[in-house]
Design a protein around this ligand. Structure first.
Ligand SMILES: [Mg+2]
Length: 349
């Protein structure tokens, strides 16, 4: 049985900004696109009380919360903090899989201590060294650990033990299953399937019939079973991000502002997760209001913001519809395959 910790910093970008500017204590703060009509990337809990959330257009956030302090993103600063945090995590175990600047999985199965205590110590050390708070989820697998880290946010931790999984999964909304997005969740709900318990009523054969290959994975995931290992050196074919907007984007200006934030995030992700890889393509994903989608890509070793804005323009020509989702990404030259976990290294040696 594995012991996995999912560590998640609390509203990371906003928390770093607030630490840097003590005069902002108690005020609603959002961090986002620097452009006039940017999109919120992260906001603090004070702002969330007003209904402000990430991926919300800046003007709408200001409408909901007129006193909102809207700050431009400063990735250099967040990256430096992230590096400190990652060093703390790697002190505990080399089995650290970063998901983004502010999130990571740790496999602590091999450590002869309670995962609960390890998580507590990590959070304490992060706070001592950075004055930032983190939340943690502890569980026998990645999916459950990630769900659990949300449960006692901010500055808390929650564990799901093996004997609790069955009861826990029964009432868990299907949306929480790894890989189920808002759209699939909506489809499930339309069929009267709200919880993982509802989904468990189907046989594996039925799920495969309905969802193809994904069906058998779904059969396991809705029972809280997830075998994906923590992968410290993931070999990726591509790296991308995306944002679904609570209000569809209609003007070119809005789309460009949103793309600017996505590309900045992508560049950060590249530095964190794939600094050793060679890019050969850049692509842009667009989903329109009628759910049709399109991708535009070009061969490019060093894509810039302009590369993405050009791809966006081309993609946008394909439909007059407003845009509900934008994404940016790169594809990598396929290198020699390197083992993705220490276990595999051992097998090779
Ligand atoms: Mg976070």
């Amino acid at each position: 049985m594995r012991k996995i910790i999912h560590l998640d910093m609390d509203c990371f970008y906003a928390a770093v900004e607030m630490r840097e500017r003590p005069e902002l204590a108690g005020q609603p703060v959002a961090v986002g696109g620097g452009a006039r009509r940017g999109v919120v990337t992260t906001c603090n809990y004070e702002a969330r009380k007003f209904g402000v959330h990430s991926a919300m257009p800046g003007f709408q956030a200001k409408e909901r919360c007129p006193q909102l302090v809207f700050l431009p993103v400063r990735f250099d600063l967040y990256r430096a903090e992230s590096a400190k945090i990652r060093r703390i995590l790697r002190d505990v175990t080399p089995l650290v899989e970063p998901l983004s600047l502010d999130e990571a999985y740790l496999d602590v199965s091999g450590l002869d201590r309670y995962a609960w205590d390890i998580a507590k110590e990590i959070r304490k050390r992060i706070f001592e060294e950075t004055r930032l708070t983190a939340s943690a989820g502890i569980a026998p697998n990645k999916m459950l650990a990630k769900i659990a880290s949300d449960w006692r946010k901010p500055n808390g931790q929650f564990a799901i033990t093996p004997d609790q999984i069955e009861a826990f999964m029964r009432d868990l909304p299907v949306r929480k299953i790894w890989g189920v997005g808002p759209k699939s969740a909506e489809k499930f709900n339309q069929r009267g399937i709200q919880t993982c318990g509802d989904l468990q009523q189907f046989t594996q054969a039925e799920l495969v019939q309905q969802h193809g290959k994904w069906g058998s994975e779904l059969y396991r995931l809705c029972r809280g079973k997830d075998d994906r290992p923590v992968e410290p050196n993931q070999v990726r074919k591509s790296l991308s991000n995306e944002s679904t907007f609570s209000d569809n984007l209609t003007t070119l200006e809005e789309c460009q502002a949103a793309m600017e934030v996505l590309v900045k995030e992508l560049e950060e992700d590249l530095r964190v997760k794939a600094s050793d890889r060679h890019v050969y393509k850049a692509f842009v994903k667009v989903k329109f209001a009628d759910f049709t989608r399109t991708t535009r890509e070009c061969i490019c070793e060093k894509p810039s913001l302009e590369t993405y804005q050009t791809l966006l323009l081309e993609a946008r020509k394909r439909s007059p519809q407003p845009i509900r989702l934008l994404g940016s990404g790169v594809r990598f030259v396929e290198d020699r395959v390197t083992p993705s976990s220490p276990q595999q290294w051992l097998e090779l040696e």
